[in-house]
Design a protein around this ligand. Structure first.
Ligand code: ZN
Length: 486
């Protein structure tokens, strides 16, 4: 009972260890020590290489076991994550898109949040530590529960209490949206791509549309927008179905803040570039339908390929982001930039033209930083992953649009171990490793064990500090270029 009485006094790690807690086999995460009432303590610790929750009081409800020393040891599973979120509301996500600056951080491994915390606790950008699309979950065989729980445990362990969001990214069906909202996600990214038509058909323009758009001049800040009959027909034929879909989803889940979550509209994953006129049309129609939403993700001009810088005409992008940003301000929402990993050449324009009002999403770059740690710390493991990725690349390309040219990737058998990390400066390698993540993580041996996943996790656990620092530096570069430190 010695341990319980010490904990009940609210002592800190050093005192606890001095007084023999080490003897009980715990290595405590000091920032996780939290007290409930006058005699309850909950914290995280490592015991025999395993991270667990320790609670001094059975009545907190954690599912675990008691080694007859008066404390409950609870595994990091979904049941316990739910209890943690109830006991400590700051481990549950909150809404965040109303903040001027927000940033999404997809973490496909459930390992990156501590590094993200190190960075985001020091700035005024609201982070979405949980952000995952159905596609990513299918490819990694994870669930939305896994994604959210990993973040809740990480913020508890680190004592990060200032709020984070959770984004059910690129959802296409009411069923998925309902599921994710009931789990407590605070943002839904509605993927409208299945309802956006790319082949223009000749339609009859209704009187309503004629009156609304033809011979009208729309003043948006310094811009005047006008529609020809051809242009308005094009807008209607591309977006008409999507507007009906958005209206339906809005009424079911978002009207009157039914689920206390924000709505983002994604019209980006389609071949139709969202021109400023398209954007204005969609925004005006939604505003006339009285649909309110927090962010919109247009398909900007140029290419936003995964894990590499912007490809395209930067001058044109600069011109168009200015108008897109003005339209968003006019209607009262923010622009959202998807596939934002590593788009360094355009971040300054996004930051400036939106006047620091943006949502940016990244995911793959967090994964690339993790594999880079393997290249640095476990070269032979990296070599195996690399050769495997080359083998499965063509299949992985079904899910992602990339232009990587495998013939430009150096033969790694000619490279020394210390040269391997340099591969991550090569865009073709970045894309190779980026899009094959699902195959790499799910590759199993004949006995059902993972070929790479467990080894990769071990390397990351062993080099946790290094991974954290790499993320702080790399994601930090994104934020700096967005001029958030102005
Ligand atoms: Zn997207």
């Amino acid at each position: 009972m010695l341990l319980v009485s010490m904990l009940k006094q609210g002592l800190h790690k050093q005192d606890l260890q001095k007084q023999g807690l080490q003897y009980l086999g715990f290595d405590i995460y000091e920032n996780s020590i939290n007290h409930i009432g006058i005699d309850g303590t909950v914290f995280m610790a490592r015991e025999n290489e395993k991270t667990i929750i320790i609670a001094t009081n059975k009545s907190f409800g954690f599912h675990g076991y008691d080694k007859k020393d008066g404390v409950i040891r609870a595994d990091l599973n979904h049941e316990n994550a739910c209890i943690l979120r109830k006991l400590f509301p700051w481990t549950a996500p909150v809404r965040g898109l109303k903040n001027k600056k927000s940033f999404g951080l997809g973490d496909r491994l459930g390992f990156a949040t501590p590094g993200h915390i190190d960075l985001f606790k020091k700035n005024d950008v609201f982070p979405f530590f949980a952000q995952q699309s159905m596609r990513e979950l299918n490819l990694t065989k994870r669930t939305y529960e896994d994604v959210l729980d990993a973040v809740s445990f990480a913020v508890f362990r680190e004592g990060y209490k200032i709020g984070f969001g959770a984004d059910g990214d690129h959802l296409k069906t009411a069923e998925d949206i309902e599921y994710v909202l009931k789990l407590g996600f605070t943002m839904i990214t509605l993927d409208c791509s299945d309802h956006i038509k790319n082949n223009k058909k000749d339609i009859l323009l209704s009187q309503n549309y004629k009156d609304k758009y033809i011979n009208q001049i729309f003043k948006i800040e310094d811009y005047t927008l006008t529609f020809s009959e051809e242009e308005i027909k094009e807008c209607i034929s591309i977006y008409d179905d999507a507007l009906i879909f958005i209206n339906d989803i809005y009424k079911r889940f978002f009207i009157n803040d039914l689920y206390n979550a924000d709505l983002e509209l994604s019209i980006d994953e389609t071949v139709s570039v969202t021109t400023p006129l398209h954007h204005f049309f969609v925004a005006k129609e939604l505003s006339d339908l009285k649909i309110s939403f927090a962010t919109i993700a247009p398909r900007f001009c140029g290419e936003f390929q995964k894990g590499i810088d912007y490809i395209g005409d930067i001058e044109q992008f600069k011109k168009e982001i200015k108008i897109h940003a003005a339209i968003a301000r006019f209607f009262g929402y923010k622009l959202s930039v998807h596939s934002g990993s590593d788009k360094f050449s355009i971040f300054p324009f996004i930051g400036n033209e939106t006047k620091g009002n943006f949502h940016i999403k990244t995911a793959g770059t967090n994964w690339l930083e993790a594999v880079k740690i393997a290249a640095e710390e476990a070269p032979s493991l990296y070599r195996e992953i690399h050769l495997f990725a080359l083998k499965v690349f063509d299949e992985a390309k079904k899910y992602y649009h990339v232009t990587a040219d495998l013939s430009k990737i150096p033969n790694i058998s000619d490279m020394n171990d210390n040269e391997l990390p340099l591969l991550f400066n090569n865009n073709d390698v970045r894309q190779l490793i980026h899009i094959t993540y699902g195959k790499i993580l799910c590759n199993i041996n004949a006995d059902g064990s993972f070929v790479f996943k467990d080894k990769l996790f071990k390397i990351l656990a062993k080099n946790e500090e290094k991974y954290r620092n790499a993320l702080v530096k790399h994601i930090g570069k994104h934020l700096e270029l967005l001029e958030v430190y102005q």
